[in-house]
Design a protein around this ligand. Structure first.
Ligand SMILES: Cc1ncc(COP(=O)(O)O)c(C=O)c1O
Length: 349
């Protein structure tokens, strides 16, 4: 079957692989800029005002990466020697190189529910009665959509239930909303509505929106003002940051409404691959498709075999592959990629 399939080059490893288009690059080249550490960059300011408004927060701050924005929120909202609570598979726990411990001196305590993501019930079960023998919980970090769970959406009601528990316990709340754009588009809920569950919200411009780099952290004015100092301390004071901010603004202007196309492509990919050679696909909520392989297949070896046919997907665990749809792949490429994946999975030798 494979020899009859046209060779394609489709990179579905992540939605971070998108490259700025000529139009986005033009907007970046034309951006009005200033020294953002000295006296402000006008384009970064414009982006920050826009994001704050979209998220229903008083202020926002532009960051070079989502990781730095997450870590700044942890620095701001926790205290050394206390614990922060998170879903066991959240990006902050799994993919930020222990930064919360290294920079903010906090202990991470993970919650695992019956479902794919921490919910209010799991959070309650993880919390312990206050005791002089235990670290005090100071911060709850949520993630929506949840990347590690396959772009899953936690509904607003569940987020608000977790916020209510955090309030009872005297904990602050940070939302890692790297892909909150996707959650809002798929759930047909406003970003500001989701923003209500947290004191600080991080959003990323370098994923579904197609920007080259950057993220923002939004919250109340005082907090964002002190986050500006923390950002500087972490080495994130950027000078003519308007060049990057212009890419993000372009993404907000042109690429927000089309996220539903990525979701449709992911659903189509999932339907085409599900069941192939015994693989089981988790039905996607948004743009991330997780493929669970039958026990005899190794994910890294399978990804290499698929790559030989021009389709790149990521080995996620030893038995799970991850494919992500994005701006740089159209529905035809996605379905051709699915044909390749399907054929490889069905190959028995
Ligand atoms: C859920 C989530 N949070 C945070 C980040 C970190 O963003 P960055 O790569 O800009 O540091 C990512 C990036 O992949 C992510 O998927």
């Amino acid at each position: 079957v494979l020899s009859h399939l046209p060779r394609v080059l489709v990179d579905l490893r992540s939605d971070t692989v998108t490259k700025p288009t000529a139009a986005m690059r033009r907007a970046m080249a034309d951006a009005e800029v200033g020294d953002d550490v000295l006296d402000g960059d006008p384009t970064a300011r414009r982006l920050e005002a826009r994001v704050a408004e979209m998220l229903g927060k008083e202020a926002a701050l532009f960051f070079p990466t989502g990781t730095m924005a997450n870590q700044t929120a942890i620095w701001q909202l926790s205290a050394p020697g206390t614990e922060i609570l998170l879903d066991a598979d959240s990006h902050i726990v799994q993919y930020e190189l222990g930064a919360a411990a290294a920079f903010s001196g906090v202990q991470i305590r993970v919650a695992r529910g019956d479902g794919p993501i921490m919910d209010a019930q799991a959070l309650r079960a993880t919390l312990r009665p206050p005791s002089k023998h235990l670290p005090r919980p100071t911060l709850l970090c949520l993630e929506n959509t949840h990347a590690g769970a396959g772009g899953k959406i936690t509904p607003l009601a569940e987020l608000m239930a977790m916020r209510a528990i955090a309030d009872e316990e005297g904990m602050r709340v940070h939302l890692d909303g790297a892909r909150l754009w996707n959650a809002a588009a798929a759930a047909e809920t406003s970003l500001a509505n989701f923003g209500r569950c947290a004191d600080t919200v991080m959003v990323s411009f370098s994923k579904g929106l197609g920007g080259p780099a950057g993220a923002a952290l939004a919250g109340i004015e005082d907090l964002i003002e002190s986050a500006r100092l923390a950002r500087r301390r972490f080495g994130g004071g950027m000078r003519q940051s308007g060049i990057l901010a212009a890419g993000a603004l372009y993404g907000l202007e042109h690429n927000l409404d089309r996220l539903v196309d990525d979701h449709r492509n992911a659903a189509e990919f999932a339907a085409l691959v599900d069941g192939a050679g015994g693989a089981c696909v988790i039905p996607p909520d948004t743009n991330i498709v997780m493929i669970d392989l039958p026990g005899h297949l190794d994910a890294a070896v399978t990804a290499d075999r698929i790559a030989e046919h021009g389709v790149l997907i990521a080995p996620w665990t030893r038995t799970r592959l991850r494919a992500v749809t994005h701006l740089d792949v159209g529905s035809e490429e996605v379905s051709r990629a699915a044909d390749v994946v399907r054929a490889i999975l069905e190959r028995t030798e």
